[in-house]
Unconditional design. Structure first.
Length: 135
């Protein structure tokens, strides 16, 4: 049984310590989450997580090669990385600073929007013109 991963580097450093790039790009991921709320309204996806430890797919995006992902994310506690994974590689790191950012999806194909958290409480809003494949 999996338990939450402790935030060992303190409140001032939001980077995960235990989770690595290799964990983020694995085909099979595992996580434990408490209070995950996900909603879509008028093309905006909102994700609120009370506590996440491990790696989870937030969404899967299918791009024609000329799409844009726009987001803002903020971390309340713990450690967090938000990444876009394509073909087993991290192709973009999404800033978690409360500001709006965007990244171009210039390669055709499928992108995984993944969250890697160590006792992470966070809020994410995003929009994209790529196709969103929900589970």
């Amino acid at each position: 049984c999996m338990s939450h991963i402790e935030d060992t580097n303190g409140a001032d450093d939001p980077r995960p310590v235990t989770l690595t790039d290799a964990d983020i790009v694995k085909k099979s991921t595992s996580s434990i989450t408490s209070t995950l709320v996900k909603s879509r309204v008028n093309g905006t996806c909102t994700v609120k997580v009370g506590k996440l430890s491990g790696v989870t797919d937030v969404d899967t995006l299918r791009s024609d090669g000329d799409d844009v992902l726009t987001w803002n994310a903020s971390l309340t506690s713990g450690n967090l990385r938000l990444c876009l994974v394509k073909d087993g590689k991290i192709v973009a790191e999404l800033a978690v600073d409360g500001n709006e950012h965007s990244v171009e999806l210039t390669e055709k194909g499928q992108y995984l929007l993944r969250a890697a958290g160590e006792s992470a409480a966070f809020h994410l809003n995003f929009t994209t013109d790529a196709s969103v494949i929900s589970d």
